[in-house]
Design a protein around this ligand. Structure first.
Ligand code: DX5
Ligand code: ZN
Length: 229
């Protein structure tokens, strides 16, 4: 049977749990080892109980890494505030949480006006229906598989019902999962229908980063082939 799918399996490591004093070297190493994009976790200490880095750091990283696709995962209370600075920093996709936002459409529009792709993220407690209504304005939906804020947490398998539902309804939607994803949980994500995979500690801590990234990608590719037939 002819395969109609245009979905790609994409692996975006998170550098959150890397040695951040070597941000550039660690990021370049991930790309050299086959990462398809970089997932940059931005936290404001308010939407989540942790702080990481903001647009000045992302801009410096972009200064050293010219080509790679940068996604910023904005775990912030006021995503509207950082759109222009992140665009100026060279971000390709601006993924924000819809929970604290009153006018999601306006934020989506502004991200596009600033030349970036739109990612919509929901926390584990947020129903998928809350994000579904905005899908037509977005390029990707992120289903969190941990409470946002920290790397190295346990994967929440119960979030797969959201991924399955979205994949059934939207065969070509980019669906990302983030949190506790690694070799032991990838098949679960892939079979549910996720095609964009964030992996932090499992990739950063791997003995063989390239092999781990390859394994994650082939699990997703196999699943796409199966469900796209
Ligand atoms: C959690 C972050 C994730 C996380 C991924 O708030 O959004 O990107 O750091 O790390 P692991 O894979 O270790 O859960
Ligand atoms: Zn993230």
């Amino acid at each position: 049977m002819q395969k109609m799918s245009r979905l790609s399996a994409l692996i975006g490591p998170s550098i959150l749990n890397a040695d951040l004093s070597k941000l550039y070297a660690e990021s370049q190493k991930l790309l050299d080892n086959g990462a398809d994009y970089l997932h940059l976790d931005v936290m404001d200490g308010h939407f989540v109980p942790n702080l990481t880095f903001g647009h000045p750091v992302v801009k410096c990283l972009r200064g050293k890494i010219k080509e790679a696709f940068f996604e910023t995962h904005m775990m912030v209370s006021n995503p509207d505030q950082w759109i222009a600075p992140m665009a100026d920093a060279g971000v390709n996709q601006y993924t924000f949480h819809i929970e604290p936002v009153n006018n999601v459409e306006a934020v989506c529009r502004k991200i596009k006006e600033n030349g970036m792709k739109v990612g919509l993220a929901i926390k584990p407690g947020t129903p998928v229906a809350d994000v579904e209504k905005y899908i037509s304005m977005s390029d990707m939906v992120l289903i969190m598989t941990v409470e946002p804020g920290f790397g190295g947490q346990k994967f929440m398998e119960n979030q797969m019902t959201k991924v399955k539902y979205l994949r059934e309804q939207y065969p070509l939607l980019n669906i990302e999962v983030d949190g506790g994803v690694g070799p032991s949980t990838i098949d679960c994500c892939a079979n549910a229908g996720a095609n964009m995979i964030v992996s932090g500690t499992a990739v950063i801590g791997a003995q063989d980063q390239a092999a781990t990234i390859k394994l994650l990608r082939s699990s997703v590719q196999n699943a796409i082939e199966k469900y796209s037939q």
